[in-house]
Design a protein around this ligand. Structure first.
Ligand SMILES: C[S@@+](CC[C@H](N)C(=O)[O-])C[C@H]1O[C@@H](n2cnc3c(N)ncnc32)[C@H](O)[C@@H]1O
Length: 338
């Protein structure tokens, strides 16, 4: 089946496309485990412990540093991460997996074991990616994210997405709160042209029809989005956004920079606006994922934490936590500046 922007999926269904799962089911359970009842004002780091730091770095980073005789700058780390991560999203695991198996056999027949080993690594990564992204839908996780994002008191929101990459969550928010506008900010230009630029036009986002109040299905082309290629530290906006969101950004800032990264979630918010943040969960599955995907994903500083740790970081950096919990692969908070 050729997937084009004109491909339409049925409300209430879920199914597999060559490189993603779509999920338009409207009935629970939307997997969000709610820990909002946590009393953050009484919580201490001693009760929780600190996040786990992922320290196994990609060999591509180590090779780069040897060649350049210098540490890889953070912006270059992200360029490598985005290029490799995107290469997974555009793979069709069923077809590409068979091609890899053929390549493996050719290398073995030619007694080229070095190449054969690299193909095995690619094959394992493809299988894990297929399971995590396409079978489990734990990366985009539309049902979990809808459950996390639901019930915000906004109309036609103006949304700022910090470190937007493919912009997925801004699109999910625009589907749930239609008629809004989003600014995606990422300093890696590849995100504008490829990760967001080539986000599958056929991917269906489940949201609301503002006229009827019923479910509706949206696509990338339906959304009013501007992409800004810049460092979030250069942004000059006023307090003009109803929602400031980040996904997988906070855990890349060691503790001495946490006040700074939370400040970016606060300084562009309208009074009473919502800060939304997610980080990958500290769980055995995530540890295995970042081990197997090391060569593709581990270029920079990364922490794995739990939802209450994320909530406590936000609380001690001046936010009241309205919602806190976890979905398949991520923790999430909805917060307002105190
Ligand atoms: C881990 S990714 C976000 C996870 C995302 N959902 C994904 O699919 O990759 C973090 C993104 O933030 C961007 N980023 C990190 N620091 C930034 C900064 N100071 N200014 C702008 N973008 C930044 C990176 O380029 C990267 O695309």
């Amino acid at each position: 089946m050729e997937i084009t922007a004109a491909t339409r999926f049925e409300l209430g269904t879920s199914g597999l496309m060559p490189n993603f799962r779509y999920d338009l089911r409207t009935t629970p359970p939307d997997v969000f485990v709610d820990e909002t009842t946590t009393n953050f004002s009484a919580l201490q780091w001693g009760d929780l412990g600190r996040p786990f730091e992922v320290k196994n770095y990609s060999r591509h980073r180590r090779n780069w540093e040897k060649t350049h005789a210098a540490p890889m700058p953070v912006e270059i780390q992200w360029e490598h991460f985005n290029k490799h991560f995107h290469s997974l999203f555009i793979k069709a695991p069923d077809k590409d997996g068979s091609l890899l198996q053929q390549r493996f056999l050719q290398h073995v027949k030619a007694l080229d074991f070095g190449e054969a080993f690299e193909v095995v690594e690619e094959l394992v990564q493809m299988k894990v990616w297929n399971y995590v992204h396409r079978m489990e839908d734990a990366v985009w996780d539309p049902r979990g994210k809808r459950a996390l994002f639901e019930g915000l008191d906004v109309e036609k929101p103006n949304i700022l997405f910090l470190g937007a990459a493919d912009g997925y969550e801004a699109m999910q928010l625009l589907a749930m709160y239609p008629g809004g506008h989003a600014v995606l900010v990422d300093y890696d230009a590849f995100c504008e042209t490829e990760r967001f630029g080539n986000f599958p036009g056929a991917y269906p986002f489940l949201g609301q029809n503002p006229a009827s109040g019923n479910w509706d299905i949206y696509h990338r082309e339906d959304f009013d989005i501007d992409f800004v290629v810049d460092d979030i530290r250069n942004l000059k906006y006023g307090r003009e956004f109803d929602i400031v969101v980040s996904v997988g950004l906070i855990e890349h800032f060691p503790d001495e920079y946490k006040p700074l990264v939370f400040d970016f979630h606060r300084r562009f918010l309208k009074p009473g606006g919502y800060a939304i943040a997610t980080t990958p969960r500290r769980q055995v599955r995530s540890l295995i994922f970042y081990r197997v995907m090391e060569s593709l994903m581990n270029y920079g500083y990364r922490e794995l934490m739990d939802a209450r740790q994320l909530g406590l970081y936000a609380y001690e950096n001046g936010f009241d936590i309205l919602r806190c919990g976890f979905i398949k692969g991520h923790n999430g908070i909805i917060a307002k500046a105190r």
